[in-house]
Structure formats: structure tokens, C-alpha cells
Design a protein around this ligand. Structure first.
Ligand SMILES: [Zn+2]
Length: 72
């Protein structure tokens, strides 16, 4: 199971981290990093719908999902 998760992580390094969003850079979407600003980053985390304790780590967000965050 852990191996499977790692395999997925390695084969899809540039997919969107938003809940229920499956856009990838391979599909032509621009993927952006989470902001360094803590307040802004928390807003994004709240908006991706993965819970308050979820941390994006080195994951990214696609342009569609990040536009949703900017609209907040
Ligand atoms: Zn997305």
C-alpha cells in the first residue's frame, strides 16, 4: 500500500492537490506553489477541502483551483 502511494507520487509529480481536482501539468495546466505567506497559505488550505491539519508540503495547485482561492 505504501509502495503504491509512493509509485503514484513519483509518476504524477505535477498533479493538482485540491480535493476532487485531477488536473496535471501533462494536460497543459500551470501548477503553482502554495504561498509562503502563512495567512494566505491557510486560506488556500481551507479552500482545497482537505482539512485544517493537511499540509501541502511540496505539492502544488493548478491554475483553475488557485483562481478559486484568489476569488475568496
Ligand atoms: Zn486543481
Amino acid at each position: 500500500m505504501i509502495f503504491r502511494i509512493l509509485q503514484v507520487a513519483f509518476t504524477m509529480p505535477s498533479s493538482c492537490s485540491a480535493y476532487n481536482c485531477f488536473n496535471t501539468s501533462a494536460q497543459g495546466y500551470a501548477l503553482v506553489r502554495y504561498p509562503h505567506d502563512e495567512t494566505l497559505k491557510r486560506k488556500w488550505i481551507a479552500a482545497v477541502g482537505r482539512g485544517k491539519n493537511w499540509s501541502p508540503g511540496c505539492q502544488r495547485l493548478c491554475e483553475v483551483s488557485s483562481n478559486v482561492q484568489y476569488a475568496l
